[in-house]
Write a protein that binds this ligand. Sequence first.
Ligand code: 9WN
Length: 438
Amino acid sequence: MKELVKKAIKVLESNWQGNFTIPCKGLYPFQWNWDSGFIAIGLAHFDMTKAKKEISTLLNAQWGNGFIPHIIFHNESDTYFPGPDYHCAHLHPHASNKYKSSGITQPPVIGFVLQELYRIATNKSDIIRYIEEVIDKVYQNHKYFYENRDPFNEGLVYIYHNWESGTDNSPVWDSIFEKINSPEYNFKRRDTAHVDPEQRPSKKEYDHYLHILEIAKKHHYDDEKIAELSPFLVQDPLFNSMLIKSNQSLIELYDLIGKKQENMAQLKKWQEKSIRAFNEKLFDEELGAYIHYDLRNNKSIKYISSSSFTPLYAGIPNQNRALKMVTTLIEKFGREDNYLCASFDPTSNKYNPVKYWRGPIWININWMLYKGLKNYGFNKLAYQVKNDSIELVEKIGFYEYFDPRKELYTNESKGLGGTDFSWTAALIIDLLNENQMP
Ligand code: 9WN
């Protein structure tokens, strides 16, 4: 196990750029928002200075309205598309004039990441000082979401692009894209030069991704216009779980530092409303899990994905509902010959065990599932998720994603997507470190 930690540290060190970490050489050569959050958790175990730097670098690129972009283009690289010249974030009046970035965001993990750093830190007074320095920025980010991404004041925020979800080509988006008449764009993809196209989204899907961006750009990334016009407008259980989990962390951290009682009071109001709305609107009794809501077309999207279970990590369901979710998880995802946890329902005909977010296992989701299941007392299943994650990485390496089918794994097996992927390394360090605790 010590060897695996050493290897993971090596991955993180080789992806470190001096003030942030790239997710993966070649494939993702810039700073990504939620990646940085997960990466900081791994860094915190062996170099807290770097962990703090990772988060500060991301927060430095925050816009004047509290928005934090999904990619920050600190450096030049022509190995990724779409780059800064395509995204044109400067079209928005509050965009950072210091950093080039995208104009879309990603799941808001930084609130709970700060609390993780506090948990891991040995020097508590140092980390408290750091939290005092940055916590208001994270609060401003949550304020941005509640004030700009919740047009009906429901307590649930929307995403307007699949790249904002972090689960880019999930079958959950298929019905939305089927309705959109996207033009065929002429562009040079870079991802398929690094990874087998079988494991990446299709050209048609990329056309949709660009088309939604074009609409946002045309309106200078104006949130009101986007809410009115974007053909993609979704309340995502993963995204909202991250916001709710981070709300809770911010409440507890404000309490810890004993400052800004008014921010804490506001967070508590948001939190109560969000949890209620989440439980009322996003749970599907028949499917026994939380699902996405298509706000543009006013209907639930009736598919179960690994996102459906992330509310466990945010403490959203009551114990009864959590039990229902676990039953669903075991029934649909828990075949003995599969590792846990596929990113999409393996019993569905849309399941594809090698294609990105349409089936493969992702370690960041497993990390959340492990923690969530454990918090509700489902220890056996929790440890199965944790042990499966470690076993996969130990067998074949720090890949971006993994085929769930156990029979495929031999000594020559390869994983899927990018190699030496940062959050896989970072979260494995966190999972293994727990083993050494009393
Ligand atoms: C688009 C960086 C990111 C992750 C996402 C993952 C993938 C990008 C892409 O890589 O998305 O943001 O180009 O496919 O889906 O979750 O943050 O690792």
